[in-house]
Write a protein that binds this ligand. Sequence first.
Ligand SMILES: *Cc1c(COP(=O)(O)O)cnc(C)c1O
Length: 390
Amino acid sequence: MSHLMNTYARLPVAFSHGEGAWLWDTEGKRYLDGLAGIAVNTLGHAHPRFTAALTEQIGKLIHCSNVYQVQSQELLADKLCSLSGMQEVFFCNSGCEANEAAIKLARMYGHDKGIETPSIIVMEKSFHGRTLATLSATGNRKVQAGFEPLVKGFVRVPYNDLEAIRQVAQHNSNVVAVLVEPIQGEGGVRTLDIAYLQQLRNICNGQNWLLMLDEVQCGMGRTGKWFAFQHSGILPDVMTLAKGLGSGVPIGACLAAGKAAGLFKPGNHGSTFGGNPLACVAGLTTLNIVEHDQLLAHADNLGRFIRQGIATALQGVNGIKEIRGQGLMIGIELDKPCGDLVKQALAQGLLINVTADNVIRLLPPLVMSQNEAQQLLDILCPLIKDFLQS
Ligand SMILES: *Cc1c(COP(=O)(O)O)cnc(C)c1O
């Protein structure tokens, strides 16, 4: 009997090692990785330059505490700000922690303005994490059930609905911020309209609200730009990152700009592990390799190739509702629950995921080649066809 808490419905497979877009299980069977540990393994597995940089850093210094200056943390903050246009960064270890920092920033911003019970607008079907504040912000009852009382101070609206935002603006003077994923990951790979994001930016300016983007899943080059908001030409006040930032080494970041910058003072927030030298070298090396190997353009091209390949292979098949996403964040919505496909793909040596019951989700590593993407299509498309026709 396992001594692990029963928090996951795990598949019956354990991996021993990987290389690029491939993983091997403990029996020696090989799998093509279409999930990248849920958008984490940006550089795939055992990337030679990444491995070398981390090995070197482990031999020098893993952790030293934020009571000291950490040079790699400064460098990673510089690099993230220059790529994003943001001004300052707080480092933590995960996505929920990055969002906790954003929520605390928004509350402090509100208190500074004299709002004693600040509220944050959040979206239906959103996912922001599993700490008490972030599960309260999350728009999924399954994530919240059993953990009441929820943290107060969130107002929920439908995704992609500007009118709903305007209504809240009219009736709620405690709002201080909007927290939204540019592309909802757990919610079914749903993309915000570019015009929505631009209008939301205007509303936030007019109301003096912070625009806070959760790019924990869609950020770090996955959509073909460094950050998903860059497709819309706007700049947020706060952005959170984690998953793909360290290519598998835990690291999260909360970035701030404009009126969200300079709010925290010493003692307001912190993290023991956050921004340690190992995690920051993982982040820096990830950014360097994505840049050097031109993986943004690659993610864009390969994403089109995969979406086009799916559309062609499944043309005329009944039961496909929509093929959507951007870059290497791809969703295929079926007209019925399709969790079984995960096991069927696994049996055929392909790792995929199903989210929101009926959306097949692909989040391959940015290093997947076109030939490997073709192999993914050759396994996945017939499986979907058979599944829908059975
Ligand atoms: C995964 C995810 C989180 C939570 O990240 P953890 O590292 O699991 O805490 C938050 N927001 C989004 C959009 C995510 O996809």
